[in-house]
Write a protein that binds this ligand. Sequence first.
Ligand code: MF3
Ligand code: CO
Ligand code: CO
Length: 255
Amino acid sequence: MKTELITILSRREIEKMRQAGRLAAKLLQHLEPLVKPGVSTLQLNDEAERWTQAHGAKSAPLGYKGFPKSICTSVNEVICHGIPHGKQILKEGDIINIDVTPIIDGYHGDTSKTFFVGTPSPKTRKLVEVTEKCLYLGIAEVKPGARIGDIGAAIQEYAEAQGFSVVRDFVGHGISNIFHTAPDIPHYGVRDKGKRLRAGMVFTIEPMINEGTYEVEMLNDGWTAVTRDRQLSAQFEHTLAVTEDGVEILTLPED
Ligand code: MF3
Ligand code: CO
Ligand code: CO
């Protein structure tokens, strides 16, 4: 049983998280126009690494627990932690989640979006739109005094009502000068359960929503998590601070 304490960040630390979060959002914005049929996930990775260094930042994923690249690129049935590869070429109709985490001045900004490669089928569009709405429904629960279970409950109720499933094996997380710390933020759960939120807590919400089963299978590379039934999975992520009166999204490109 983990007994990690939940850190309350100072105003000064939250300002550093804001800088890191803004850089992360701008990096995703920079990569978006590169997402086209014919591009490899390694090209996206290499441009992300170049841009990150040019902005005086470091890529947190690179070397993290042995992860070999600078960003995660999760295509179609990949739930999360896809490894960029030169032989993986995007094609019309694919979806790709790009997950970036630059470190600047010691603090992490963690955000991801799922992009369409060309034009999606109606079913694929619905999955991605529902997943983004799940993120915002989760964020809408965040305020001092609310409970961690409220976030997961809001996400799970909506995702399942739309006919989709919520991944259990990966969760949101506390984040600061540490990439992954307490608390865990499940994207499923029960209202009025779990720890209470307090101003100064900073964590991610990053729902992974599947077309079919929520069950995960790990590939032999030790990182790539895929849906057991190989149906599609989508994900969106923001880094958030609990404020005195609600929530601030830290991973937005502007104030
Ligand atoms: N950015 C991912 C997250 O949202 C973590 C990636 S860890 C890595 O938590 F090692 F795969 F990069
Ligand atoms: Co992330
Ligand atoms: Co994260």
